[in-house]
Design a protein around this ligand. Structure first.
Ligand code: G3P
Length: 218
């Protein structure tokens, strides 16, 4: 079975902010080095620079499809690169964007050689956004986000059918929502995805490093 990609979204939890967030990035780096499994962390935008140089890939939680100029409050791709960021989530369920903006975000990340992970809440949305040729599409049913009920078990059909809905072999499918254990990752791989997107199962765990180690034991 191929090795999964694990994308750990820090969201805006206090447990993944400040020094706790940097410790989590150290922990993720250690587990990645122990196992050879690709782990990517997604801290909050204001803290991205503090996660540079840890020897682990860092993605943003959002990027704006802008060029340098007068865009107060927006997130410039080049600024993310200055922070050592190599990709970004787009259209997360907690930060939904219009379809045209999603398309432009994928394009601007591609222009700068950065990885795009577009989140989708349904199979229909997976079909729509995969047309923009992002690097990854992550199917995440909103009702399962934060529930602790893994999508790969609660609704395997939505995962399997999302994989089928993506016809471009260059667009890889991830799944997220409720993922917390190695068995959830195994189920996701068996359903045809290349990995998972998760947050609370690790960030809110009593021992996040132990939770990460469990996650990569499948
Ligand atoms: O970005 C992943 C996130 O939406 C899933 O949340 O807490 O169910 O792992 P969680």
């Amino acid at each position: 079975m191929q090795k999964p990609i694990i994308i750990l979204n820090y969201k805006t939890y206090l447990e993944s902010s400040g020094d706790k967030g940097r410790q989590l990035t150290w922990d993720a780096r250690d587990v990645m080095q122990e196992t050879g499994i690709r782990i990517i962390v997604c801290p909050q935008t204001p803290e991205l620079f503090h996660h540079k140089g840890y020897g682990i890939e860092v993605f943003a939680q959002h990027v704006d499809p802008i060029e340098p100029g007068s865009h107060t409050g927006h997130v410039l791709p080049q600024s993310l690169q200055f922070c050592g960021v190599t990709g970004s989530l787009i259209n997360h369920s907690e930060d939904r964007r219009p379809l045209e903006e999603i398309k432009k975000c994928v394009e601007v990340l591609r222009k700068h050689g950065m990885t795009s992970v577009v989140c989708a809440e349904s199979i229909e949305k997976v079909k729509e956004v995969s047309q923009f040729k992002p690097d990854y599409v992550a199917i995440e049913p909103p009702e399962l986000i934060g529930s602790g009920i893994p999508v790969s078990k609660a609704d395997p059909g939505i995962v399997r059918n999302s994989v089928k809905a993506v016809t471009d072999p260059n667009v890889k499918v991830l799944c997220g929502a409720g993922i917390s254990k190695g068995e959830d990752v195994k189920a996701a791989l068996e359903l045809g995805t290349v990995g998972v997107l998760l947050a609370s199962g690790v960030v809110k765990a009593k021992d996040p490093k132990a939770a990460l180690r469990d996650l990569v034991t499948y």
